[in-house]
Design a protein around this ligand. Sequence first.
Ligand code: SF4
Length: 980
Amino acid sequence: MLKLSSDEHIHDPLADPAPGSRTEVKTTTCYMCACRCGIRVYLRDGEVRYIDGNPEHPINKGVICAKGSSGIMKQHSPARLTQPLLRKSGSERGAGEFEPISWDRALGILTERLAKIRATDPKKFALFTGRDQMQALTGMFARQFGTPNYAAHGGFCSVNMAAGMIYTIGGSFWEFGGPDLDRARLFVMIGTAEDHHSNPLKIALSKFKRSGGRFISINPVRTGYSAIADEWIPIKPGTDGALFMALLHELLRTERIDHAFLKRFTNAPQLVNLESGAEEGTFVFDPAAGPRGDGREPHNKFVWDKHAQRAVPHYVVNGDTRANANHDPDADPALEGEYRLPDGTRVAPAFQLLRERVASYTPEWAAEITGIPALRIKRLAQELADVAFNQAFTLPIAWTDAFGAKHDEVIGRPVAFHAMRGLAAHSNGFQTVRALAVLMSVLGTIDRPGGFLHKAPYPRHIVPNYRTVHSAAQVQPNTPLPAAPLGFPAHPEELALEDDGSPIRIDKGFSWEHPLSAHGVMHNVITNAVKGDPYRLDTLLIFMANMAWNSTMNTMAVRDMLNAKDEQGEYKLPFLVVCDAFQSEMVAFADLVLPDTTYLERHDALSMLDRPISEFDGPCDSVRVPVVAPQGQCRPFQDVLVDLATQLKLPAFLNADGSRKYKDYADLVVRYEHRPGIGFLMGWRGADGSKSIKGEPNPDQWQMYAQNNCVFHYQLPEHMRYMRNWNRDYLDFAMDMAFRQKNDAVQLALYSDVLQFFRLAAQGKTQGRQPPERLRERVARYFDPLPFWYAPLEDEATDRSAYPLNAVTQRPMAMYHSWDSQNAWLRQIHSHNYLFVNPLTARAAGVADGGWAWVESQWGKVRCMVRTSEATEPGTVWTWNAIGKGKGAWKLAPDADESRKGFLLNHLISEELPFGDNGRISNSDPITGQAGWYDVRVRLRPVAAHEAEESSPQVRAAAPLPGVMQGVRDVVRFFAGRKS
Ligand code: SF4
């Protein structure tokens, strides 16, 4: 009998393991957050007893965090689902009444239903996933099924960061690139919490600080990494773009910019047509060198040569020997001025237009918006320039650029930035991120030592050569899509629109509402489907996303929507499938529950076809291998998808004779070839494993990864490690290895003619697709080819005097999303959250430190506990995200702190905003559809004396589910080292 509350020791940590017990150590990749550190898992008699960081792994070099080492408790989580469940006939969704069923029955139900949908209208099936790391497979499944309704979590995470940077410099932060802190002397971190690139960034920051680097943190809140910053500059949420524009103003005003870099490696000198009409604002081009490029190719733009006093090609593609500015040592492209072409067309270099744009964005103007004094903004601009130019250095590395010029050295500009969701999660985030990318470009810090460095397969084309479906005719019954469900539109003709201009996708991604929604608009799927706008779904499969709780805005209304019925008494969302390893709040709403494995129980490929773990010095991928057997009847979702695809006869999953092609996901990873020789994994290819990156499938590839720390790292020769947008040898290599489809240079897009094409369509100046009347003004306003700052859209819909505060969230270091409230160890760090408020703000609102308060937006209200903190900008309140839980979910006791004292800010945020005449539109960035999580405005008031000291709102307690694990008995058994 276990004694849960006695003084008796249940475990002697110093005692020898039982005689005869078997111990072993296996390596794999952590998934307690998305950073993908290498770990060593210590097993005794097949049970996980200890996890530490793998010193041989390039990402974390042995470092482990609290989450990573607590993976053991994920295995013993009381909230684990262990068998497929079917909602009991006649029971209500959300009541949590399920019957256990077999996998055969679960897959039978799903296959029958999906086969009917596929044979009639495939887009009635939608697959949306949370923070999954196998989008190469889930995307392939959706494409093969023939539904455009697929996306992962990026639309509500940081698509603004990805798209804003990729459309400007061809790469972005974190998985795509980052700061070179080995050589930087000044590091500016803005809008970053402590969750992205966690261990690697901690390691790099520690080294950077020890070597005397200066670290400035710009953030409304000083937590996490910012705690060790040399200087904290508080800023108001949603105003970062104003700061960047003012910094650009100062740098251009004082001419502290990298002229040579701008002329040769960016589109700054390229000539923009100033005549009104269909060509207005687009680059003039040479038709003899091909059709007008759309940002991808051909490279047929002109610059104004100041010596020759005429327009000349900026550069020409390989093999074309005509004179051009980047080849002719005498040419000197103009960055300023206005000129006339021989036919009289008025033109100006893009940089001239940028100069005019930033002229009015003075530090004094930005000070009013950001709350940062004008003098500090000026000093920051000086500091950036001083370090970039006065502390510049060179590395003796010879390289050749894409235009044929040989360079003896690589120039280093030791100013590095890092930015993340604090910039992205605003409805002005795309243009804000564009402004940051332009700022980095004028300082010349792109893919240079000490600045921002890409990670393979980046840089991509601007824009990348991936398009999604663009017409209704491309979505056909029983037919795979001719293009991937997600992509990067470069022109209105590439939007996913029906013939009448309405959205093809359920989330309205790639429509005129959010034309560049490269990661989808997941936060609107349920609302749209229930409203039938643009249409109703039949089946929604959600993998690893808690859409009934912390992964959705307007949580209580969305929970109601999941239960909403039509006049016939049928659910408006007819069939909901949830696949998860744990009993999240979402599970209660499922019609069918599929129990997934944990990360320690399955194969995963962190693949170049998806989001690899690449390092600055070369491409890098990694895997997970099962270190323990799955619990109960859990199955990896990947295997389930391969089974389902095979049963549905999706062509890529069948042999030519119609027989099953792949035994399971592990088999598919080894044998699937995206192109000949190119597969999911780069390491140990070729029949005997002797080839890298490219080679025939190797049947022993998994074993070779397992024997090599589950990671493959290809280190580029030194001459290919920098200036990769224009590095001849790297560009050739990248094309050869299928990282890119072409080997042409990636000129930085300070001026985006891609955005201008959308604006011209909205202004009715071009033929072809045009937005509906209600969206014309919106598209014309926000698709500005130059970065600009505008207030978040929610501001326009809010009385700011009534709701004077900004409210934001961030993830804590010890928990990732909602994943860890069932983790017995991590719960000891956080079991509930507080609203953090500056003492001045709390005093003004009459709220005491440690007291209860109401925080209200115009959309909802939350009762929570308050802590005062000087480390919070006075106009901002904030809390940790996803600590608050629904009663009984995650197998927590109904009176657990998480639900009694924890709370979600999501209740205050609407997934839609008023738009036009009584209309509504997604609360998102108008360009990318990125969720505007951090735009909400709130006010604070104390609770009345009679009110309960409990967070509000509360939900009814989730029922215990069949098949979940033993709970506390299992945890105690683990510590006691007992078998049963
Ligand atoms: S940072 Fe993330 S991936 Fe790395 S050990 Fe911690 S939880 Fe695991």
